[in-house]
Design a protein around this ligand. Structure first.
Ligand SMILES: Nc1ncnc2c1ncn2[C@@H]1O[C@H](COP(=O)(O)OP(=O)(O)OP(=O)(O)O)[C@@H](O)[C@H]1O
Ligand SMILES: [Mg+2]
Length: 377
């Protein structure tokens, strides 16, 4: 295992339905397929991350709720192995109660960080799927994370939401987590041909360019490329408990997420002088270069054709979208514990869970005035 600490990325946007969970699952799965150890943390009581990966928290025993509320719970006992190199710390709807139950705890902001420390040396990449609110759960994510990644749509109103989120990150970085940065924005469900989208992307690019050297947590942030095109396969895959790579590995959504993940890994490796990782990522990137290059710029028109061999592969995976899941495992010894493995699920997963949690750290309580990112500045 590398001595470089894990890249811990919190996928946050207080707006709902923007692509946080879809991005966490599929970027995590793509990184794991590169042979890197990945932990996904489901911080959302909706449990969509867990359900997307075929994990029904209600039937697997301990979850992140136990981890945060029960001092006797061991972190390794709450982790589930879902794919090679890919583990998940699942949630259930119980997690909604954690916000209130922890409200009076003096250490309430740092519980997740403290518990994660027990397993941190086992992972190279940790991705947190946060709920669409800025409550105590998200705050725990912000205290654990080294960076915030913001999935969003390229719409003008989304820019206002981003501005509020950045102010929140700044406040957290000024107090609770001084090392917190903003990694950047992932454009999800991207409308490649819309003029409005192109204008918003240009504004975002300009905003981050202008922020360079500002000393603010987003001074090194960027708009990640490629943008993730709107692709119905990404919406279908969760109902089978599958990642997009299990479900339709050469659809446009899979190509975009794979390319994004490879660059995500490559940039991290380069920043930490890890040539082997870069080389590995480059090798895989080369195999998808033909299709990925069409979406190099978020604002360009993008054809959706996959390579000829890829289409054949897609046909196979679409005919048999069987969830790839393991049966229950024997728990390992205390010295070398094995994560739990997901029980065999039903083929279709009902995604019905309550919306989440009370808001503690809302922008309003922090007195952050909404403001435009650039327009009119
Ligand atoms: N690129 C895409 N193309 C088509 N559908 C998408 C795409 N990305 C996400 N979706 C779908 O959009 C919906 C919202 O996505 P997702 O659940 O990832 O958002 P979220 O931000 O996690 O939502 P919430 O705030 O409720 O947690 C889901 O049904 C998902 O399958
Ligand atoms: Mg979600």
């Amino acid at each position: 295992m590398s001595r470089v600490p894990p890249r811990v990325s919190a996928f946050i946007n207080q707006k709902g339905g923007v692509g946080k969970t879809t991005s966490t699952v599929n970027i995590g799965a793509a990184i794991a397929s590169l042979g890197r150890k990945v932990l996904l943390i489901d911080l959302d009581p909706q449990s969509h991350l867990s359900l997307h990966l075929g994990v029904d928290g209600a039937s697997i025993g301990q979850t992140i709720y136990d981890l945060m509320l029960d001092p006797e719970a061991r972190t390794e006992d709450c982790i589930v192995k879902v794919r090679p190199n890919l583990d998940i710390l699942p949630s259930t709807v119980d997690l909604a109660a954690a916000e209130m139950e922890l409200a009076s705890s003096a250490d309430r902001n740092n519980i997740l960080k403290r518990r994660f420390a027990e397993v941190s040396d086992r992972y190279e990449f940790v991705l947190l799927d946060c709920p669409p609110s800025l409550g105590l759960l998200t705050l725990n994510g912000l205290c654990l994370a080294g960076e915030v990644i913001v999935p969003m749509q390229a719409h003008f109103l989304a820019m206002q939401g981003l501005s509020k989120l950045l102010e929140t990150v700044k406040l957290v970085a000024q107090g609770l987590n001084p090392s917190l940065k903003v990694g950047g924005v992932i454009l999800c469900m991207h409308e490649t041909q819309s003029t409005h989208s192109k204008e918003v992307v240009a504004e975002l690019d300009q905003f981050f360019e202008d922020s360079a050297g500002s000393g603010l947590p987003w001074e090194q942030a960027k708009v990640f490329r490629p943008a993730i095109r709107r692709n119905i396969k990404l919406a279908e895959a969760p109902s089978f408990g599958q990642t997009i790579f299990d479900y339709a590995e050469w659809c446009p959504g899979a190509i975009d997420y794979r390319t994004l993940a490879e660059r995500f890994v490559r940039d991290w490796d380069r920043a930490h002088g890890m040539d082997s990782g870069a080389a590995r990522a480059a090798e895989v990137a080369a195999s998808t270069a033909t299709s990925a290059s069409v979406n190099e710029r978020a604002t360009e028109e993008i054809p959706v054709a996959a390579p000829a061999n890829a289409l054949a592969s897609q046909a196979v995976t679409e005919q048999k979208p069987v969830a790839v899941r393991a049966s229950k495992s024997v728990r390992g010894s205390k010295s070398a514990p094995e994560p739990k493995v997901v029980p065999e699920p039903s083929p279709l997963i009902p995604i019905e869970s309550p919306r989440n949690a009370p808001q503690e750290l809302s922008s309003a309580t922090l007195s952050v005035e909404p403001k435009r990112v650039r327009r009119g500045a």
